[in-house]
Design a protein around this ligand. Structure first.
Ligand code: GUN
Length: 284
């Protein structure tokens, strides 16, 4: 069994990004800028945002932390985004999800300029991903998972891939990547009939369902590649959607939680911000 070390890979990627930014800064006198908007007091979101800001600092991306109170109106959030859309020093705009219940996330994301959508959440960017357009901005977590497959030489062509979870952030864009990679992909959810049978058939299993340690050793095929996107806070600390103890005995490759997919999401945000900078400043 091989552990997929997302922490190490993300650190290598950050080093590559840092070097590229330093060269571009020499050439243009400019550095990429990322605006991060967080609304309210969601503790998990605050932790993620802090980590994103720290990573920006590490690679030479200027970040603006725009923390708005819980009771901010939709209109105020929209106006904040519109200001960042206009700014030449801001290449990427990220609205940390989830937003407070009374805010329409779709309406908010719609306002972000297409070329500043570093989360790849806009319908146009998701559409471009499905069409296999290389230059679109792609959703960070699935993009990070693809990078792990690439760096560990895990071939996807013709493989039976099972994705559990159909979210706009992970499951749906992951499906787009799998179609383009020539895999045979099935997207499941908690209501899927014979879910365990489908899991057992997977050469590659990608789990993003938000249920602590749901996938047990007995459910997976011998030698399967198992990617755990879950981050669950339990009494015993952080754990994924996969029972790591059990499944690691059967998998050929597995991502740990923490230290697997999580750091890759942040690395891909930095990569997308750099891509947006190059597109926006016409450095290709
Ligand atoms: N909430 C959970 N994951 C993400 C992410 O990748 N981006 C944003 N903006 N919000 C999230």
């Amino acid at each position: 069994m091989n552990i997929i070390d997302g922490k190490k890979i993300s650190s290598n990627i950050k080093e590559e990004i840092k070097k590229e930014i330093s060269v571009l800064k020499e050439q243009t006198g400019k550095m990429p800028g990322l605006a991060i908007i967080i609304v309210g007091e969601n503790e998990a979101s605050k932790v993620y945002v802090k980590s994103k800001i720290k990573s920006c600092e590490e690679v030479g991306i200027k970040s603006i932390n725009c923390a708005l109170p819980e009771n901010t109106s939709e209109e105020e959030i929209i106006n904040t985004i519109k200001e960042f859309n206009k700014r030449d020093d801001i290449d990427g705009i990220l609205v940390q999800l989830p937003l407070p219940k009374n805010i329409d996330e779709k309406k908010i994301i719609d306002v972000i300029s297409l070329n500043k959508d570093v989360d790849g959440f806009k319908p146009e960017n998701l559409g471009l991903l499905f069409l296999g357009e290389k230059k679109s901005l792609k959703s960070c977590t699935p993009l990070g998972i693809m990078e792990l497959f690439y760096r560990y030489n895990i071939d996807l062509k013709g493989k039976d891939v099972v994705i559990i979870g159909r979210s706009n952030i992970v499951g749906k864009p992951m499906m787009g990547f799998m179609i383009n990679a020539g895999a045979t992909a099935t997207i499941c959810n908690s209501n899927t009939k014979n879910l365990e049978e489908k899991i057992k058939n997977a050469d590659i299993l990608i789990v993003a369902m938000g249920k602590a340690k749901y996938v047990k050793g007995s459910m997976v095929k011998n030698g399967a590649v198992v990617i755990d996107v879950g981050i669950n806070r339990t009494e015993n600390g952080l754990c994924g959607d996969v029972d790591y103890e059990e499944v690691s005995k059967k998998a050929s490759y597995i991502t740990p939680v923490p230290g697997g997919v999580g750091p890759m999401t942040v690395a891909m945000l930095l990569k997308n911000t750099l891509s947006a900078f190059k597109i926006n400043k016409q450095i290709i």
